[in-house]
Design a protein around this ligand. Structure first.
Ligand code: SF4
Length: 332
């Protein structure tokens, strides 16, 4: 796998990806639940993309497809223009796993309590040949400094239970950085942390994105995190990206009825301690037409029998019949 050339260049592209699962309904009947429907997702060097949606919207499935823990039913996963699903049909190579790293939601569960911080950092350095045995301890200390755990010598031999939640998450980030990835997938990386340190961790992601030109995919139901960190927001509803645009535009001037409903519901939660968390607006039911139509105040006759395809509109991509479909849906 060759390396991408420079800032802003696409690193990874999910193209027209589809994925569905069989689900048992009441009375033993089976139905298919769509987790991804015609999804186009581009990750670029130095850019953070937030995938926002309620639970069950399909965002975790997309993350698993990017990580190659799940294989889509159809579509392509392009890295440097090469479809990795064809090149590596039996699963991801070690090199793919190096280039696409993950930071998990639970920093305690993702670290082995038996081993100290040094073990967690030296192991990937050696496995992916990013350091020699002699150099690895020095590089591990440098990684701790990179993620703000200083003095590094005080942290390197601690075990996970001797660290706070925020410190553990910094170690998990350092472990992901050890192999010099191009893409970092962060799945709700602050949701299990104290509110007081969430901003610090988001600030760390932001700095790493800029300094290392990482392509960052933030999976979240927390629009406050998306607003803080992401350059672009993709709103997911029942496996479809219904709105894709610059973060400021999408949050300040939402165009899709679902995004508007989401933000209106959030405004109603202002008394809550976490006012920007996406509520669950509708059950995941598959049927003909636009899946949001039963909740949509703007629904038209066409919405009952036609699921809108993605279309370009004023710098965003939208899946809604309110916007003309004439222009081809390019990648934003
Ligand atoms: Fe509403 Fe129709 Fe747009 Fe669906 S396609 S969001 S039902 S206007």
């Amino acid at each position: 796998m060759s390396q991408p050339s420079g800032p802003g260049d696409p690193v990874l592209h999910l193209r027209r990806v589809r994925k569905s699962f069989r689900s048992s309904g009441s009375g033993g009947s089976a139905r298919r639940v769509v987790a991804a429907e015609d999804v186009d997702l581009v990750l670029r060097r130095g850019e953070a993309v937030a995938l926002v949606g309620e639970s069950g919207s399909g965002k975790s499935t997309l993350a698993r497809i990017v990580l190659r823990l799940e294989r889509p039913d159809a579509g392509e996963l392009l890295v440097d223009g090469v479809d990795m699903l064809r090149r590596e049909p039996r699963g991801a190579s070690l090199e793919y796993r190096r280039r696409v790293q993950m930071v998990f939601q639970d920093p305690f569960g993702s670290l082995n309590p038996v081993h100290d911080v040094a073990h967690h950092l030296v192991r990937p350095l050696l496995r992916h040949r990013r350091a020699t045995r002699a150099d690895a301890p020095k590089q591990a200390l440098e990684l701790l400094r990179t993620v703000g755990l200083e003095p590094a010598e005080e942290f390197i031999h601690r075990r996970p239970y001797e660290l706070s939640g925020g410190q553990r998450q910094r170690v998990a980030i350092a472990r992901a950085l050890a192999v010099e990835p191009d893409v970092l997938v962060a799945d709700e990386p602050t949701s299990m942390l104290d509110v007081s340190i969430r901003l610090d961790i988001l600030g760390l992601f932001d700095r790493l994105k800029r300094e290392r030109q990482l392509a960052l995919l933030l999976i979240t139901h927390d629009l406050a995190s998306a607003r803080y960190l992401a350059d672009r927001v993709l709103v997911l509803f029942q496996g479809r990206i219904v709105e894709d645009g610059a973060t400021h535009d999408v949050i300040e001037r939402p165009a899709h009825p679902y995004t508007r409903a989401l933000l209106a519901a959030i405004a109603d939660q202002e008394a809550s301690p976490h006012p920007l968390v996406a509520p669950k607006l509708s059950p995941a039911v598959l049927s003909e037409g636009c899946p949001f139509r039963s909740r949509c105040a703007d629904a038209m006759e066409i919405c009952a029998h036609s699921d809108p395809a993605p279309r370009a509109h004023e710098g965003r991509r939208l899946r809604c019949h309110l916007y003309p479909a004439a222009a081809p849906a390019g990648v934003a």
